[in-house]
Each structure stands twice: as C-alpha cells, then as structure tokens.
Design a protein around this ligand. Structure first.
Ligand SMILES: NC(=O)c1ccc[n+]([C@@H]2O[C@H](COP(=O)([O-])OP(=O)(O)OC[C@H]3O[C@@H](n4cnc5c(N)ncnc54)[C@H](OP(=O)(O)O)[C@@H]3O)[C@@H](O)[C@H]2O)c1
Length: 273
C-alpha cells in the first residue's frame, strides 16, 4: 500500500520520501521499526507522514506478541512523536480488527474490542496516537484488494490450470479497491483532518463467493471451487462474523462512497483474466 501511495503522490508532483528496512537510496530512507529509535535519521521537516510499516501477518503477531508489539505499537508511537515534532500530520492505517466483528457497520466511536494480537496492537497504537494531539488521523479499513494479492493470484493460477481451490465459506471480507483507499488517505492528508475515519465496502462477502466470481470470469469449471471451513485449516485465527465499518463520516466530509463488494472484486479480477 505504501509503495502504491508513494508512486501516486510522486506522479501528482509531490516530493515523497519512502522508507525501507532493507535498503537505502536517495528516494528511500533506511528505517527499521524493530531497531532503537535513536538510530533513525529523519528529515528535519515533514508535511505528512503515512505510517504504513507494520507486521501485518496475524500469525506472526500471534507467534511473537511482544516482539511484534515493539514494532506495531511502541516504536510506531515513538516514530509518530518524532514526526509530529517535525511538523507532520500523521496518518495511521488501521483495521476493522480493532472490533470483535459481532456487529456489522461498527461506528467509529464504538469501544474497541479486538480479539486477536494484531487487532490488539492496532487498537493500542490507535489509542496512543490519538493521545498525541490533534495532528493525527486514523483510517480504519476493511480488506484492501489489488491485483497482486497472493491469494487471488494463486486462485487464478490454479483455476486456469484446472486445479481445485479451497476458499473459506465461513470467512468474510468487505473488499475495497486500493485506489479508493489511497484517495481517502490523500484527502485526509490534504485537509489535515484529525480523528478516527472509516472506509468500508457496502457489504461482506464470503471468500468462497469471491472465488466463485473469479471462476466465472475465467470461464473455469465451477466444480473446481470447493468451499471449506476456516476450522479445517490449521493455524487460522477465528475470523470475525462481520468486517464492515460505518463509513458515513468519510462519505459526508469527502464524498468518498462505499463500493459494492462485487464491484471491488470485479475491478481486481479483470486484471487477472
Ligand atoms: N491490506 C489491508 O487489507 C489492510 C487493511 C487494514 C489495515 N491495513 C494496514 O495498512 C498498512 C499497510 O498494509 P499492507 O497491506 O501494505 O501491508 P504489507 O504489505 O504487509 O506491508 C507492510 C510493510 O511494513 C514493512 N515492515 C515490516 N516490519 C518492519 C520493520 N521492522 N521496520 C520497517 N518496516 C517494516 C514491510 O517491509 P518488508 O517489505 O521489508 O517486509 C512492508 O513493506 C499496515 O499497517 C496494515 O496493518 C492493511
């Protein structure tokens, strides 16, 4: 997501400094969130900072809750403070997983109720960031989909090869096109609009139905889509019943409307045909 935002902002004429924990170049600052904050060499002045770096694998967070908390919470807060000190408006990508998913269309102001370690990290980071003052925006998102999602490319590869795929019938997503999410981030940054914002598709859709759409688009045999339960796959965290969020604040302030789940998927699947 960070790479796509950087490319979009650059092509719109903005001066963008990316970060990488792996390499350094004139366009990418070396920044490892696992390292001590004193080792970070940040620019003197920053207009807007998008804190996309995080450990995003639910399994990795579960396996090493404390090590990943250092990255996802502790050092994210330390980085935000340093960026605020340099004049930045700080934007933090968060997730529907700060809620337990028992209710659809969770309101932005509803109490956080994370169930897993990753959701707890995001909830704690949100709270800590918002306590740093009025120059912070949190944007909670449902599932962001683009053509390079490994699950979708694997489905497309297998279906094309006449191989079965095994999507979950009891796990849902509210898919959002990457471009729409990036538009929301840019709108918030430009307006320096603080607080909690949410962006969501209009409805949840089971992964098995998504695989069915892709199968139809590819003209593959529908019998190749063989739905299973998440319980049948070891190591999968119990998914929320609902993932949708109440997007009304973003809609009213910036005219960013929620897409239909099917439209978001079709946009991505078109590029996999
Ligand atoms: N994608 C979604 O559907 C979604 C939904 C809600 C919220 N979000 C949030 O949006 C943000 C971006 O998501 P994404 O899908 O683009 O995630 P991603 O593809 O997993 O990217 C995360 C980035 O963080 C970097 N990173 C990991 N550990 C780091 C460390 N110690 N120091 C510095 N960088 C580190 C990774 O670097 P390497 O490339 O070197 O591994 C990677 O480039 C995340 O905060 C995520 O929680 C995403």
């Amino acid at each position: 997501m960070g790479r796509a935002l950087g490319a979009g902002l650059r092509s719109a004429g903005a001066e963008v400094l990316a970060t990488s924990r792996r390499t350094a170049s004139p366009q990418a600052l070396h920044l490892d969130l696992a390292a001590t904050p004193d080792s970070w060499a940040l620019p003197d002045q920053v207009d807007a900072a998008f804190l996309f770096s995080a450990v995003t694998s639910l399994a990795a967070c579960r396996q090493d809750p404390e090590g990943t908390r250092r990255i996802n919470v502790q050092n994210t807060l330390a980085l935000a403070q340093r960026l605020l000190d340099r004049g930045a408006f700080v934007l933090f990508p968060s997730t529907n997983l700060v809620f337990d998913g028992e209710q659809p269309f969770c309101a932005a102001e509803a109490p956080r109720s994370p169930r897993g370690v990753y959701g707890r990290h995001k909830a704690e980071a949100e709270e800590g960031l918002l306590a740093l003052g009025g120059n912070v925006a949190v944007l909670r998102m449902t599932k962001v989909v683009g053509p390079d999602i490994p699950l979708f490319t694997a489905w497309a590869r297998d279906l094309r090869a006449g191989q079965p795929v095994f999507p979950f019938h009891d796990m849902v997503m509210a898919p959002l096109p990457l471009a729409l999410v990036l538009r929301a981030f840019c709108a918030l940054a430009e307006a320096r609009a603080p607080g909690i914002w949410q962006v969501s598709a209009q409805e949840d859709i089971p992964y098995a139905r998504a695989a069915g759409f892709l199968c139809r688009r590819l003209g593959a045999d529908p019998g190749l889509v063989r739905p299973i339960s998440w319980r049948d796959r070891p190591g999968v965290e119990e998914p929320p019943r609902h993932t949708t969020l109440d997007p009304s604040r973003l809609q009213q302030a910036f005219g960013i409307t929620s897409p239909r789940a099917e439209d978001s998927l079709n946009e991505v699947f078109r590029s996999l045909e």
